[in-house]
Design a protein around this ligand. Structure first.
Ligand SMILES: [Zn+2]
Length: 491
């Protein structure tokens, strides 16, 4: 008979197998003298075991079940124990040295007077002073996760070697962050941004995430620079001032509908000036969004200045339908970011971590449904990017999702399905304000006088042979002139 794997080996390979053995009653309960070095393990059931004299060297244990476990003379040195359950355990002669205890519960543990604590950092630990029993701990997360600290350190070594990190970024290399897929993108972004050091300029493109701000911006008068300056000013709780020359340039950029249209629209938003042109920039902005959405990359970026411009100009037509894809990408970026933050990468058993929390399963499902292979491939692409590029994708996607969600809540008909060129829709150097889109049969009831003036249709009559046409009703805000622009589907 082959030698049964040891508890050390089993836990190193993940607590799933161990828990399964325990459930079926095949795991030996006598584990005196077991030695664990740099073990990362979660949710393992060690309840009721004899772990007398066991040694735990720099282990990272979370949600471990030590209920009624015999830990007499056990030695825990270095590392971290988080959300571990020591209720009823025997801790006589046990030593905790140079480690962190977070939210562990010692209620009803025996031998506490004979427990030695040396340089232990305790946070929300209960039951050590015979306190009242706290409410029962949350139900264990489904699944388990465990892998060795070596794997995590190797992976962290790789990311830290990139040079993007400054020396102060990781004061406690022993402190590996927990897996937190339940955190919103903004929190993941915030934590990661702190690690990157000085915030890059592009964080000003995601004001909705309330980023840490760059100290100063390089001088410049491009609309992009002026936009970022205005965002910085606003986030510093000051009022950004509109620069008349820049406002004029921004209005012109919207009218031209070129590459600068997106930053032009968001600049006007920041300085509180109404855009004089909406439809002129529609084609360009929609093409930019479509180009990004069509890229075959599960975490491909979507520029929040483009989605922000579409929102500012209330351009909904052929835009809102991209929300699903952008949400899907955000779910993937959010999941991967939380995995990488906790030290999981595509080469180690990240899928165990995935299974360990409902929040990560939900994100995986939103990203690729049942297709785990696609999820892995997306992760490989994402993990291979430099840290700042990953962060930017996460932030841009989060901001774009929120822009598109706001856009999707605008009332229908904010934008006509078709609208002809500037020569018919402009008056007084600006676009006429869009009032409504009408079908031919709406004309007699809604705009009879305008139908007569503009189309020569007698009041009370429906324009002939116009079943498929759209009548776009616009008005000049300066002179009050109104128009009905007839649009045919083929136009
Ligand atoms: Zn006018």
């Amino acid at each position: 008979m082959p030698k049964a794997p040891t508890i050390e080996k089993l836990l190193q390979n993940g607590s799933a197998e161990w828990n399964k053995l325990r459930k079926s009653g095949q795991a030996p309960t006598g584990q005196t003298g077991a030695t664990f070095t740099q073990l990362f393990s979660a949710n393992a059931d060690l309840s009721g075991l004899e772990l007398v004299g066991s040694e735990w060297e720099r282990c990272d244990l979370s949600k471990m079940n030590f209920r009624d476990t015999d830990l007499t003379n056990a030695y825990f040195h270095g590392g971290r124990l988080q959300d571990c359950d020591f209720r009823g355990a025997n801790l006589e002669g046990c030593v905790f040295e140079k480690l962190k205890l977070l939210r562990c519960d010692f209620t009803g543990a025996k031998g506490l007077e004979d427990l030695e604590m040396d340089d232990v950092d305790m946070d929300r630990v209960t039951g050590l002073d015979g306190e009242e029993a706290p409410p029962p701990p949350p139900p264990p997360v489904q699944g388990i996760t465990a892998f060795t600290r070596e794997q995590r350190e190797k992976m962290l070594g790789q990311t830290h070697a990139g040079g993007a990190m400054d020396g102060a970024a990781s004061p406690h290399p022993d402190e590996l962050p927990p897996f937190r897929p339940q955190d919103p993108p903004g929190s993941l972004f915030f934590r990661a941004l702190k690690r990157v050091g000085a915030p890059p300029l592009w964080v000003l493109d995601v004001p909705g995430l309330r980023p840490l701000l760059p100290q100063r911006l390089p001088p410049g008068s491009s609309l992009e620079t002026l936009y970022r300056e205005a965002v910085k000013t606003r986030l510093e709780n000051k009022k950004p001032a509109a620069d008349p020359g820049a406002v004029e340039r921004a209005q012109k950029a919207l009218r031209m509908g070129g590459k600068e249209a997106n930053v032009a629209a968001v600049y006007l938003r920041e300085v509180g000036v109404l855009p004089l042109f909406r439809f002129a920039a529609a084609k360009q902005l929609k093409a930019e969004l479509r180009t990004e959405v069509e890229v075959d990359d599960l975490t491909g970026s979507v520029d929040p200045r483009t989605t922000g411009a579409l929102l500012e100009l209330r351009l909904t037509h052929e835009v809102v339908e991209h929300l699903h894809e952008v949400r899907r990408r955000l779910a993937a970026a959010q999941l991967y970011t939380s995995l990488l933050e906790a030290g999981f990468n595509p080469e180690n058993n990240w899928d165990e971590a995935l299974e360990s929390a409902d929040a990560s399963l939900e994100l995986a499902n939103a990203a690729t449904g049942e297709d785990r292979q696609a999820l892995l491939e997306g992760f490989q692409v994402f993990a291979a990017l430099p840290e700042e590029a990953r962060l930017r994708r996460l932030a841009y996607l989060a901001e774009s999702v929120s822009n598109l969600e706001l856009l999707s809540r605008l009332p229908e008909g904010m934008e006509p399905q078709w609208l002809s060129g500037p020569e018919v829709r402009e008056c007084h150097e600006r676009e006429m304000t869009y009032v409504q889109s009408l079908k031919a049969q709406d004309i007699p009831a809604k705009v009879p006088a305008l139908g007569k003036a503009e189309l020569g249709v007698p009041e009370g009559e429906v324009p002939e042979e116009s079943d498929d046409d759209l009548f776009v009703h616009v008005r000049c805000d300066v002179c009050g002139k109104e128009k009905l622009i007839v649009q045919s589907p083929e136009a």
